[in-house]
Design a protein around this ligand. Structure first.
Ligand code: FES
Ligand code: FES
Length: 157
């Protein structure tokens, strides 16, 4: 039995310690906002935060989350996380999603990036592109993603 701290709540998870966080979230806890894309740390669809750092939940075992805090896309959409809420609002404003499959991972990467910036800093286009480079969008929504990240940064400044 492992204890997972997710979005401010503690959960007892009966799974092998090597189970990827992605599957504990989706299959055990029923939190399906985090997506499975490649399963090999290549696409970013499964991005969540572990103690505030963006990680690939498809390759990170639940044993690595012992004593740490996991934040998922559900926290960005329930209003409990200010930065995540600003990013989500910018996503809606810019109508970023196309099929939507990659977007929870995109939002989680953007949120970790904006949290890492000094307060009030407006990121450059290059900085945004570099921060988001690990998240693949097969629908090619990159231009809208860039605009939404910049907009969220302005909102948070
Ligand atoms: S599903 Fe984890 S990086 Fe692709
Ligand atoms: S919106 Fe379809 S893969 Fe990104």
């Amino acid at each position: 039995m492992s204890a997972l701290h997710v979005n401010g709540r503690e959960h007892a998870v009966d799974a092998d310690p090597g189970t990827p966080i992605l599957w504990a979230l989706r299959d055990t806890l029923g939190m399906t906002g985090t997506k499975f894309g490649c399963g090999a740390a290549l696409c970013g669809a499964c991005t969540v935060h572990l103690d505030g750092q963006a990680i690939r939940s498809c390759i990170t075992p639940i044993s690595a989350a012992e004593g740490k805090k996991i934040t998922t896309i559900e926290a960005a959409t329930d209003g409990s996380d200010r930065t995540g809420s600003a990013v989500h609002a910018a996503w809606v404003k810019h109508d970023v999603a196309q099929c939507g499959y990659c977007q929870s991972g995109q939002i989680m990467s953007a949120t970790a990036f904006l949290k890492s910036l000094p307060k009030g800093k407006q990121p450059s286009v290059d900085e945004i592109d570099s921060a988001m480079a690990g998240n693949i969008c097969r629908c090619g929504t990159y231009v809208r993603i860039r605009a939404a990240v910049a907009d969220a940064a302005r909102t948070l400044a």
